[in-house]
Design a protein around this ligand. Structure first.
Ligand code: SF4
Length: 91
């Protein structure tokens, strides 16, 4: 077995399965559109045209207010902690 060649053959989805994922949910009714999450963790959060926080398309599951994010993106918890109205849940 050649580990280097095997790793190159692994697709993005298989790699994500190996890394593990965490769920992110935004309560857009509670969100006040301050933009803190987008500033703290732009890899995951972006404001929409209504100034509501959303999950970026790359990690979105169905609706714009929820998604799955690789475990190694630590800024998600920082954004959860930094939200002034506790509109972000990470599990
Ligand atoms: S930090 Fe909280 S209130 Fe501010 S935009 Fe993000 S989800 Fe909305």
């Amino acid at each position: 077995m050649n580990l280097e060649k095997d790793l190159i053959r692994i697709g993005v989805h298989e790699l994500i399965e190996l890394i593990g994922m965490k769920d992110v949910k935004i309560d857009q009714e509670t969100c006040i559109g301050c933009g803190a999450c987008e500033s703290i963790c732009p890899e995951v959060f972006v404001l929409n045209a209504q100034a509501e926080s959303t999950v970026v398309e790359e990690y979105r599951t169905e609706d714009e207010d929820e998604g799955e994010v690789p475990d190694d993106i630590d800024c998600v918890e920082d954004a959860e902690d930094g939200c002034p109205v506790d509109a972000i849940s990470v599990s």
